[in-house]
Write a new protein. Structure first.
Length: 322
């Protein structure tokens, strides 16, 4: 999950050095520093590349801006909109590969560097809605009305994502994660077609080139569909959101793949005994199998950094596995 960001004063100072957020992400000096900041302060076992899932639409030629209330894109229109996207502008993301090289060089050898991209469905929601959405009616209506036309958009994003993640791996990423933040808004048939299928395709194409590089999937909000996601996509590890039941994930997911999660970011914000109790419960459930401790979603901007220090200290203590 996001571990850099506005909750850190050193991040806010760094951010002030760039004009826009896209410029910030595409500046290897600033972006590599933003990646290393939380690792330096808290000593995490892994760094996540500082970038954004919306760099892919940007590289495809869509106008992308980050305002006070989140991202704003010029929406891709149902049908003809795909023709406005370019397949040739992908060198625009070369600075991200330079960021990866700098991060890898700046991290201790034992600290993993995780590269990432948005999963095609989630990226498509931003491209079609033009930003955040309450009901996702434009993107869902397109997928229902014209599945072949919408599939062309998804395929374009699949190709771009494979190229982008391959570039990150070649530059030194040790693992890659696919963020499907809006996987939880689809029916089962939609989930199969727009979440499972593109994820399976990306994982297979990456495995062909880089058989030993783990692929982590995060289908946020997928609920009971987590089980099919894990069984059918070919990913190596699954990020679970805060709402996923520990017993369910241990019994139905952890036997197949590593589980990553799932402390509530609000429990981290509250800190103290509340956080300690949640952490103890999570480690108790998952500590006996393949497990990566993480949050269920990104660190909230209002989180006191001292709470993250306390969390890191807590996790350095040995686990009691029942
Ligand atoms: O710790 C890190 O280095 C993580 C880097 C990272 C960012 N975005 C940087 C960022 C990662 C992994 C992302 C993923 C991302 N971006 C997702 C998937 C994960 C999730 O949170 O669901 C999504 C949906 C986006 C799109 C996006 N980017 C939104 C909706 C926003 C605005 C919301 C917000 O928190 O402001 C962003 C901006 C953004 N991307 C910020 C950061 C640190 C905040 C902007 C800032 O602090 O200047």
């Amino acid at each position: 999950m996001r571990q850099a960001g506005r909750y850190l004063p050193e991040y806010r100072a760094l951010r002030a050095q760039a004009s826009g957020f896209v410029e910030f992400c595409l500046n290897p000096v600033l972006a590599s520093e933003a990646t290393l900041q939380p690792v330096r302060r808290f000593g995490m076992d892994a760094a996540i590349l500082f970038a954004d899932i919306l760099l892919v639409p940007y590289a495809l030629g869509q106008k992308v801006e980050f305002g006070e209330d989140g991202p704003i894109l010029e929406p891709i229109m149902e049908g003809a909109g795909i023709a406005t996207l370019s397949r040739s502008g992908f060198s625009g993301l070369d600075p991200v590969y330079e960021t990866v090289r700098r991060c890898r060089a700046g991290l201790p050898v034992e600290t993993a560097l995780i590269g990432f991209a948005g999963a095609p469905w989630t990226v498509a929601t931003y491209m079609v809605e033009g930003g955040a959405s309450r009901d996702f009616r434009r993107v869902k209506a397109w997928a229902y009305r014209d599945p072949l036309g919408f599939a062309a958009l998804i395929e374009l994003i699949v190709d771009a994502t494979v190229a982008y993640l391959s570039g990150q791996i070649r530059a030194g990423a040790d693992a890659v994660q696919l963020f499907d933040s809006w996987a939880g808004i689809l029916s089962e048939a939609g989930f199969e077609r727009w979440v499972i299928e593109p994820t399976r395709c990306i994982a297979a194409r990456l495995k062909q080139q880089f058989p030993t590089v783990p692929v982590i999937g995060f289908p946020r909000g997928a609920g009971l569909f987590y089980e099919r996601y894990v069984a059918e996509t070919g990913i190596d590890a699954v990020g679970i959101d805060t709402v996923v039941s520990g017993a369910f994930a241990r019994e139905r997911l952890q036997g197949r793949v590593a589980v990553q999660g799932n402390l509530d970011p609000v429990a981290l914000l509250v800190g103290g005994a509340v956080m300690e109790q949640e952490v103890r419960a999570i480690r108790g459930v998952f500590g006996g199998g393949p497990f990566i401790f993480n949050l269920g979603h990104g660190v909230l901007p209002q989180t006191p950094p001292e709470n993250v220090t306390a969390l890191a200290r807590l996790l350095a203590e040995p686990v009691d596995i029942p």
